[in-house]
Write a protein that binds this ligand. Structure first.
Ligand SMILES: Nc1ncnc2c1ncn2[C@@H]1O[C@H](COP(=O)(O)OP(=O)(O)O)[C@@H](O)[C@H]1O
Ligand SMILES: [Mg+2]
Length: 223
């Protein structure tokens, strides 16, 4: 039987700028199964990033509910939700989001600093960096690495706390297709080896095709 890790019910999200209200999500419902790799496709501006943020506990919807392993994500306090995210969720963003003043081991270890000792966190960070082929680069800062390498650092960071679910928002959107392909190889290899669940947003059919299931966001709903 398939186990559900995350459900979304009738999600609505609007943006109001001045007098104008833009309704981006118009009632999105979905379930994510444990261990699957799920892609969400859609045109630029269709609301993919908005949906991923709402699903990932980063952006409160106007209406609707997100449940993660039976717990209401937006029913908890902001402080509890932050801790819950740190323990259960990993993120990979299009623009890497690495901190330039930290070396790559510190960047990868960062999500674990509040949960484990610094020494333990750094050891695990080094092991993860080796797994994404960057074992020789520890001690380097993000800006000393190529875009593809920086995204591999971000992938290692997303795995730091052994999350149940990883959200990736156009993880290869800033990379050329060859580099992007290699980054995805690492991502899928690690996710599948550890039986993590992956929700990946992309506008590329080639990228979506690597997932076990594909959804499409159009006109504010999933089809
Ligand atoms: N913070 C914001 N304020 C106002 N409008 C926004 C904001 N974020 C996104 N939007 C708008 O919402 C729509 C969906 O954006 P987004 O979720 O980023 O789409 P996608 O990731 O599919 O390109 C776009 O029209 C975008 O301009
Ligand atoms: Mg986007």
């Amino acid at each position: 039987m398939m186990e559900t890790v995350l459900t979304a019910e009738n999600l609505k999200r609007t943006y109001t700028i001045g007098q104008t209200t833009l309704t981006v999500l118009k009632g999105v419902s979905m379930a994510v199964n444990l261990g699957e790799t799920l892609s969400i496709m859609g045109e630029s501006g269709s609301g993919k990033s908005t949906l991923l943020h709402v699903l990932g506990g980063l952006d409160n919807p106007k209406e609707g509910k997100v449940e993660f392993k039976g717990q209401s994500v937006y029913g908890m306090s902001a402080a509890r939700r932050a801790r819950f995210r740190a323990q259960n969720v990993g993120y990979v963003f299009q623009s890497f989001h690495l901190l330039p003043e930290l070396d790559i081991v510190e960047n990868v270890a960062l999500p674990a600093m509040a949960l484990h000792s610094k020494g333990e966190a750094k050891e695990r960070a080094k092991a993860l960096l080796s797994e994404v082929g960057l074992g020789e680069r520890i001690g380097h800062r993000p800006q000393e690495l190529s875009g593809g390498e920086q995204q591999r650092v971000a992938i290692a960071r997303s795995l730091m706390n052994d999350p149940d679910i990883i959200f990736a928002d156009e993880p290869t959107g800033n990379l050329d297709s060859k580099t992007g392909g290699k980054v995805l190889d690492y991502l899928f290899q690690l996710v599948e080896a550890r039986r993590h669940t992956l929700v990946l947003v992309t506008h590329s059919q080639d990228v979506a095709s690597r997932c076990t299931r594909e959804l499409f966001l159009k006109d504010g709903v999933l089809i």
